[in-house]
Each structure stands twice: as structure tokens, then as C-alpha cells.
Design a binder for this molecule. Structure first.
Ligand SMILES: NC(=O)c1ccc[n+]([C@@H]2O[C@H](COP(=O)([O-])OP(=O)(O)OC[C@H]3O[C@@H](n4cnc5c(N)ncnc54)[C@H](O)[C@@H]3O)[C@@H](O)[C@H]2O)c1
Length: 254
């Protein structure tokens, strides 16, 4: 077991799969206790099993991050179990390329749902989570952006892009408001990562196209993003707030 998050409690949304699950296991390997918040009960429970197999402690809490009442309850469950919160890792997000397309083609229903899961969720997690970070004497808020927030794509997901872009502004506002409480807030912008979110879209042809366009010549593995979240969650990033880390294999540098 490492020590980089020793004594800390991390609340991770969307920790049932993909990068959230990877972060839950990695954070636990580094000494954190983890609140696994996800809409999928079976997936959340499976993450808890993986954390325990890694020698850590985790609690599965089930709800929809888009709903204020669910988030409030999940935070309360986490605090009741572990007594404090030090890290809010706002990882949950959805990419629905079939329903969220160009502005010309997207129904209001899908705009609303994508914005609610990818953006409004952060409102609720920080609304109920920041008071807990204050009680703990400070902490780290991590927002999961995307390279979609930094560049346009001809094959558009405009609701997703707008939600991820808005996280950049929200991070700056949270960073400035709560800096004197020793609460930091930063954004991670992953490029393409090999997770269940991408799986339906990663045909051989699309994978090849990404690999050609990414300077490092491949898509990322979830742990490569989880390590960045670990750095932001830990005191190693103690002088970083209100900023962004792009983790895209050089994609946006090209
Ligand atoms: N995978 C990529 O290529 C990529 C790239 C850039 C950014 N991201 C962002 O990274 C984050 C994690 O992505 P991933 O690829 O690991 O996703 P994933 O689909 O593999 O896992 C997401 C998790 O979130 C949960 N979830 C979905 N809707 C929820 C809701 N309403 N309430 C609670 N939980 C919910 C799912 O059940 C799942 O466990 C997302 O915010 C995503 O937008 C992903």
C-alpha cells in the first residue's frame, strides 16, 4: 500500500466503471477510503470488491448524480460511514453519440439529460461536498472535462461539448471562492480512453483513425488518467488550483 492519500476520504462519482473505478482502486492503493457513487448498483458493488481485494475500504452508494436529493443522500452516506470527505472527484459523465449530435439534430430531451449528468451533477456534489471539505480543513475538487471542451470536431456532440466547456469556468469560480478554505479545484481533460463509455464507438476503423491522429500513437488506458486524478487528489498538487491538465497523448498539441 502506498501513502499518497493516507487518511483521506474520496467521494468518486461514476466509480462503477471506467476511469472512476480505476481511480477508486488506485486511490485505495494509496491509502484513501473511497465512497463509490454510481447509478449502477451492481457496478458500484463490484468496484467495492476490487478495492477490498486491493486491501482498501470502500462504500457503494447508489443514485443519479443529476438529482440533488440523490447526491445529498450519497454524500451523507459517505460521511456517515467514513466520518469526513477530503476529495470530490466529479468523474461521472455520459457520451451518447447516437442522441447527442450537432445542434441541428439534437432533441431538447437529450440536451437536458446530458447537461444534467455532465454539468449539473457537479453543482450538487460541490453544494453538499464542499461543506464537508471545509470541516476537514481543506481538500481537492476534481472535475472531469474532455478534449471536447478544447477543440471542435466535425462529428459533433454539442451538448457534451458545452457541458465539458462549462466545467472549466465552474472550476475557476470554485477555486477562487474556496481557496482561503484550502479547497482546490482543477479540471482533467482526457483524450480518448479505453473505457465502457467509448466501447460502443471504437470500431477497428475508428480506433485506427484515433491512433493515427494521436501523436503518441494510441488511445489511453484508464490508469493513465487515474494517476493524474491521484496527483490532483493528493497534497503533491497543493499549489495548483483553478487550472486544467490535458492528458491526451499530444492530440491537442498537433
Ligand atoms: N472515455 C473517454 O474517452 C473519455 C474522454 C474524455 C472524457 N471522459 C470523461 O471521463 C469521465 C469518465 O468516463 P468513462 O469513460 O470512465 O465512463 P464509463 O461510461 O466507462 O463510466 C461512467 C460511470 O458513470 C456512471 N454513471 C453514468 N450516469 C450516471 C448518473 N446519472 N449517476 C451516477 N452515475 C452515473 C456509469 O454507471 C459508469 O459506472 C466522464 O465524465 C467522461 O465524459 C471520457
Amino acid at each position: 500500500m502506498g501513502e499518497r492519500l493516507r487518511g483521506k476520504v474520496a467521494f468518486i462519482t461514476g466509480a462503477g466503471m471506467g476511469m472512476g473505478r480505476e481511480a477508486a482502486v488506485l486511490f485505495a492503493e494509496q491509502g484513501a477510503r473511497v465512497v463509490v457513487a454510481d447509478i449502477d448498483a451492481a457496478a458500484a458493488t463490484q468496484t467495492v470488491v476490487l478495492v477490498e481485494q486491493a486491501g482498501g475500504q470502500a462504500l457503494a452508494t447508489v443514485g443519479d448524480v443529476a438529482l440533488e436529493a440523490d447526491v445529498r443522500r450519497m454524500i451523507e452516506e459517505g460521511v456517515r460511514r467514513f466520518g469526513r470527505l477530503d476529495v470530490l472527484h466529479n468523474n461521472a459523465g455520459v457520451l451518447w453519440k447516437d442522441r447527442d449530435r450537432s445542434v441541428l439534430e439534437t432533441d431538447e430531451k437529450w440536451w437536458d439529460r446530458v447537461m444534467a449528468i455532465n454539468l449539473k451533477s457537479v453543482f450538487w456534489v460541490t453544494k453538499y461536498g464542499i461543506p464537508e471539505l471545509r470541516k476537514a480543513g481543506g481538500g481537492s475538487v476534481i472535475l472531469m472535462g474532455s478534449v471536447s471542451a478544447l477543440a471542435g470536431f466535425t462529428r459533433a456532440q454539442d451538448a457534451y461539448t458545452a457541458a465539458k466547456g462549462a466545467l472549466i469556468s465552474l472550476a475557476k469560480s470554485l477555486a477562487i471562492q474556496f481557496a482561503r478554505d484550502r479547497i482546490r479545484c482543477n479540471v482533467i481533460h482526457p483524450g480518448i480512453v479505453d473505457t465502457p463509455l467509448q466501447a460502443p464507438y471504437l470500431t477497428d476503423a475508428i480506433r485506427k483513425e484515433f491512433e493515427t491522429g494521436i501523436p503518441l500513437g494510441r488511445i489511453a488506458q484508464p490508469r493513465e488518467i487515474a494517476y493524474v486524478a491521484l496527483f490532483l487528489a493528493s497534497d503533491e498538487s497543493s499549489f495548483m488550483t483553478g487550472t486544467e491538465l490535458v492528458v491526451d497523448g499530444g492530440f491537442t498539441a498537433g
